[in-house]
Ligand binder design. Sequence first.
Ligand SMILES: Cc1cc2nc3c(=O)[nH]c(=O)nc-3n(C[C@H](O)[C@H](O)[C@H](O)COP(=O)(O)O)c2cc1C
Length: 186
Amino acid sequence: MSLPVIMSLSPRGGGNSDQAADFFARCLHGESHVLRLRDHHVEPCTGCGACAADGVCRMSGEDEAEELFERLDRASGLVLTAPVYFYHLPSPAKAWIDRAQCRYMARQGGRAAGTLRPAYVVLLAGRTRGEKLFDGILPTLRYFLDALDFRLEGTALLRGIDEAGDFSASREALQAVRELAGRSGW
Ligand SMILES: Cc1cc2nc3c(=O)[nH]c(=O)nc-3n(C[C@H](O)[C@H](O)[C@H](O)COP(=O)(O)O)c2cc1C
């Protein structure tokens, strides 16, 4: 059975993104798979360009980037939770996203888009202010999700969540994620 995948992209174990991922899963009526990106070995894209020829990454099999994409291929939907680092995603998350270039190139080379599945994003930022706090991350995630046949259906953009545990202690943050999970209907 195809289940939604809920994935924390934070390098910090037990931090706010992990808590948000676990809480999202608890809010659902049905089952889901919860993953942590940091539990997986992912090398950065070297820009070798080989995937331009056939849409295949030469590093697939040497690490777990492609295996993770394949898990997402089998998912009925996707939730990504991540902290803001210097107005963008943490570098391990961006490294994994860059590895989806082979999926993008396959699409350019004629691979038909699959059926679009829903995706939700929860971003957590320590700062309470800053108009553009999430502006770096959101376009990146939209294009990444598109390359993997997901459509971004909703976001929770949470500010003032800094120390590990701030998420679980914030009624507003919990409510925002509960609402997002409710919208998924999963
Ligand atoms: C390297 C680093 C960079 C950060 N950059 C920002 C930033 O640009 N804006 C912000 O609001 N918070 C920033 N933060 C704070 C984190 O977004 C915040 O602590 C978040 O709750 C961490 O989530 P986590 O526990 O899931 O890792 C940064 C934290 C670190 C460690």
